[in-house]
Design a protein around this ligand. Structure first.
Ligand code: IYR
Length: 222
């Protein structure tokens, strides 16, 4: 016999159909307002808001409930500068040498280049690490499961929570990202997943005029 400890699902709330429809529409409308922003203000953000958003991310489902992620929240200007210098070095190589033309063409509508001033301007850089192996306090190693998928789901929760709080974010993926372990002193079992740049948009921030695929193009009902 298994000795798992089951408890009643007291947290679940059922809504009337009408309310379900309203709630589904309300969240949809709110998420449709989200834009990835690259022009950040240096306006301060209370730490408690970031903490709440991270707690929301940390509630995400994960393989075998292992929570194979670690969040490093960087607000120290000296560390932000180090990250910017290292990231721009990688990006210069990416844009001028490593990126195939097809990739550069795909990025052209976004207007990105190797300059990453937002890494210093934005009040917070949340560096997300994914762990395929967990090292417990007593030094024993424990496997995690679906680490990338789990960390991706947690990151999605985080992006939504940040948007819901009235802030903007940018998913930034310098490549390769190994320098983040060195700068942030994270162990080798943690793999940088992405850098989430968080703050207020700059006054008169501009965003690329891009469109999303329609739902019918990405959905099949059978
Ligand atoms: N990491 C580079 C390039 C880049 C790649 C993708 I895929 C993007 O959606 C955007 C940028 C950069 O940050 O500029």
């Amino acid at each position: 016999m298994s000795d798992i400890n089951l408890i009643p699902l007291t947290a679940y709330k059922e809504f009337q159909k009408e309310e379900m429809l309203n709630r589904s529409r309300a969240l949809l409308e709110d998420l449709l307002r989200r834009r990835t922003v690259r022009d950040f203000s240096d306006k301060k953000v209370p730490k408690e808001i970031i903490n709440n958003c991270l707690a929301a991310a940390n509630s995400a489902p994960s393989g075998a409930n292992k929570q194979p992620w670690h969040f490093v929240v960087v607000s120290n200007p000296r560390i932000k500068k180090k990250i910017r210098v290292a990231a721009e070095e990688e990006e210069r190589e990416f844009y001028s040498l490593r990126a195939p033309q097809e990739w550069l063409d795909a990025l052209a509508p976004l207007g990105t280049d190797s300059n990453k001033p937002f890494l210093e301007t934005a009040p917070y850089l949340i560096v997300i690490f994914s762990k395929s192996l967990e090292i417990l306090l007593n030094g024993t190693k424990q496997k995690t499961y679906y680490a990338s998928e789990s960390t991706g789901i947690a990151t999605g929760f985080l992006i939504s929570a940040i948007h819901n709080a009235g802030l903007v974010s940018l998913t930034h993926t310098p490549s390769p990202m190994k320098f983040l372990n060195n700068i942030l002193g994270r162990p080798a079992n943690e793999k940088p997943f992405l850098v989430l740049v968080v703050g207020y948009p700059a006054e008169n921030a501009m965003v690329p005029d891009i469109v999303k695929k329609g739902l019918e193009e990405v959905t099949t009902y059978l």
